[in-house]
Design a protein around this ligand. Structure first.
Ligand code: BTN
Length: 271
């Protein structure tokens, strides 16, 4: 396994100085270059996989997206994976990715005043274009051992460096640099994301209810009332999106007026 080099620790030291969390980001690995922060976090042994351990790379050579896609990750973007050692059951896994996306939306607003929109299960959009994706890997046997939440935020890069590589069925990408008009300090963005993630996670654990997460997610999404095609596993489901229920399931009204709830997530395309 590749070890961080001393130059990379300047970034780490700056981040540690500003970060106000109890656990998230307290153990950090920072790399100038890595194949994938997600792979690195997944392969960390148990004794290095503390709750909140965060892996950051300035550039990824083989970034992973959902459904086996490649995630283009040039320098200037925010590429990080956070280890969660869960204190909840398998049924609640869906909430970790909602927590990740809400934290990004809050952090972007805090630093740019831009209001992002969420689409189920986890894309973060600005003006209809994708600025961030979240990938959740669960390492479980009978019970969940470790969850890795990967955040890919197109921060200080040009969208052409991504869009030139996308196929037609991909949502077009945008970047914070283009939407905001300026570069943003990645350390401050990471600090905000980790602090907001910890806030949502702690509330989720202490209250045991998912009300705040679901309500906030619904406030930030403009999917409701729209017709959509949703993939439930390999099966395509067409209908109107009417709600996100307390279990994190997407509630759809199909053309025969029956109601279908989808908790297993894959790809969503809106019309
Ligand atoms: C998506 O397809 O929408 C999810 C993309 C997630 C990309 C991030 S970047 C940091 C982490 N490392 C990876 O290899 N992938 C995730």
């Amino acid at each position: 396994m590749r070890k961080p080099n001393p130059n990379e620790s300047i970034f780490k030291t700056r981040l540690s100085k500003v970060l106000r969390t109890k656990k998230l980001g307290k153990s950090i690995y920072v790399f100038n270059e890595l194949d994938s922060t997600q792979d690195y976090a997944n392969s960390l042994p148990n004794n290095e996989s503390l709750h909140g351990t965060t892996v950051i790379a300035r550039k990824q050579n083989m970034g992973k997206g959902r459904i086996g896609r490649t995630w283009i990750s040039p320098e200037g973007g925010l590429w990080m994976s956070i280890i969660i050692i869960p204190d909840f059951s398998l049924a609640d896994i869906i909430f970790t990715q909602f927590i990740g996306s809400l934290a990004v939306v809050d952090a972007v607003f805090e630093n740019t005043k831009i209001n992002c929109k969420l689409t189920w299960p986890n894309d973060i959009l600005i003006n209809g274009k994708k600025v961030c994706g979240i990938l959740t890997d669960v390492n479980a046997e009978n019970e969940i051992k470790k969850i890795v939440v990967g955040i890919g935020l197109n921060a200080n890069i040009e969208s052409s460096s991504i869009n030139n590589y996308l196929t037609d069925d991909n949502l077009k990408a945008t970047t914070l640099k283009e939407e905001y008009g300026n570069d943003i300090d990645l350390i401050i963005l990471i600090k905000s994301i980790l602090e907001r993630m910890e806030y949502y996670y702690d509330n989720f654990l202490s209250c045991g209810n998912t009300l705040e997460i679901v309500d906030r997610w619904k406030e930030r999404s403009d999917m409701f009332g729209k017709k959509a095609i949703v993939y439930d596993g390999n099966q395509q489901v067409m209908g109107e999106i009417i709600d996100l229920d307390q279990n994190g399931a997407l509630v759809m009204k199909l053309s025969d007026t029956s109601i279908r709830k989808i908790i297993y997530y894959d790809n969503v395309s809106l019309h």
